[in-house]
Ligand binder design. Structure first.
Ligand SMILES: C[S@@+](CC[C@H](N)C(=O)[O-])C[C@H]1O[C@@H](n2cnc3c(N)ncnc32)[C@H](O)[C@@H]1O
Length: 341
């Protein structure tokens, strides 16, 4: 252990060394403007209630979410980044903790957001999975989890690629390699001062989860995937997409028959619900059942009404997107929506 001017010491795990005072320099291009795009993407699908920005860093998403009318609590392990978040907004609600042990009561949050590759950091997959177990614990029934990860296929294409650049009077050299038999992206980051002296040298080690693998892990924990995007503009996901942004519903611990009807996404509810399915609506406007993750533009929870004359009462984004589509769904009751067209 033992820190220096650039942050923590050599004995610390990489995710402590990497996210010190120089992190904003290395990732300066991940800025407020990008965070505002993320907020625009997730805001329409946030259920009402408390939101946690898990691994909030210097708080750029907290500010963007607050500006979009969805204030969140930020949690992070890094003191320097939490200080930066505080300096940027003295009213920010911040908690310092490890994402593997969340200091919140069960069911506290309506949504947990893990944004910009803040998952996959630990030595074992079991520890990574433990973060999702904790996230699920603190989510209320039917709460929303958003995981914004690098697209593993695109990330592996960058292996062997090196860059060198100047920022804030420092020279930053980055070299990418694959670790753990191609399942981990290992990026060596070296920072030199104006005299060529090494100030910081560490290796980021991020486990890459592909779409099906992540879907399997989330499914085994009880989550149901309700949205998948390939970038912050809401484009669909494919192998070339820069990001893999997954939205998942926590589900419930109770059997459906014992549950009160869920309110999800602020959309309308009905009585006499017989069945719930998840549909995706393609660009052509036609609904189809989501049986695997693919080209989800608009995810609609469809509840078949016992009485087809029951009209769905829709509010917010649901109203805008679903009214014209209700007919196409053949009298089905539409109760919730994750909208991004
Ligand atoms: C890639 S950064 C993203 C930060 C922020 N979400 C953003 O987009 O600006 C990852 C964040 O995870 C935090 N982090 C790393 N390990 C952590 C841990 N074990 N518990 C909580 N936060 C952690 C880091 O301090 C850092 O702020």
């Amino acid at each position: 252990m033992g820190g220096d001017a650039a942050g923590p010491g050599k004995g610390d795990p990489w995710y402590v060394r990497a996210f010190g005072p120089l992190y904003p320099l290395v990732y300066g291009h991940r800025d407020d403007a990008e965070a505002e795009r993320v907020a625009r993407l997730v805001q329409p699908i946030l259920p009402p209630g408390a939101v946690l920005d898990l691994a909030c860093g210097a708080g750029r998403h907290l500010r963007a979410l607050a500006a979009a009318g969805a204030p969140a609590i930020g949690l992070d392990l890094s003191e320097p980044l939490l200080r930066a978040a505080r300096a940027a907004d003295d009213r920010a609600r911040l908690v310092r903790a490890d994402m593997r042990r969340l200091p919140f009561r069960s069911g506290r949050f309506a949504a947990v957001l893990s944004l910009f590759t803040s998952f996959g950091y630990f030595e074992t997959e079991e520890e990574d999975r433990g973060v999702l177990v904790e996230a699920r614990r603190i989510l209320a029934p039917d709460g929303l989890l958003v995981l914004d990860l690098a697209n593993s296929v695109a990330a592996l294409r960058a292996i062997g690629y090196s860059t060198e650049r100047e920022a804030g009077g420092f020279r930053i050299v980055e070299q990418r390699a694959a670790g753990a038999e191609g399942r981990r992206l290992e990026k060596r980051v070296q920072i030199f001062d104006a005299y060529g002296r090494s100030v910081l040298d560490y290796v980021e080690r991020v486990r890459l989860y592909d779409r099906d693998e992540l879907a399997g892990i989330l499914g085994a924990l009880g989550f149901r995937i309700i949205g998948l995007w390939g970038d912050y503009g809401g484009e669909s996901f494919d192998d070339r997409a820069p990001r893999m942004i997954v939205a998942a519903n926590r589900g419930s611990d109770q059997p459906r028959s014992e549950r009160p009807e869920s309110q999800w996404g602020g959309a309308g509810e009905g009585k006499g619900v017989r069945e719930e399915r998840v549909w995706s609506v393609g660009r052509d406007g036609n609904p189809r059942v989501v049986d695997r993750l693919h080209d989800v533009r608009l995810v609609v929870h469809v509840r078949q009404a016992a009485d087809p004359r029951d009209r769905p009462k829709l509010t917010g984004p649901a109203r805008r997107h679903l009214r014209p589509r209700a007919g196409a769904l053949g009298g089905a009751r539409l109760t919730a929506v994750a909208a991004r067209l």
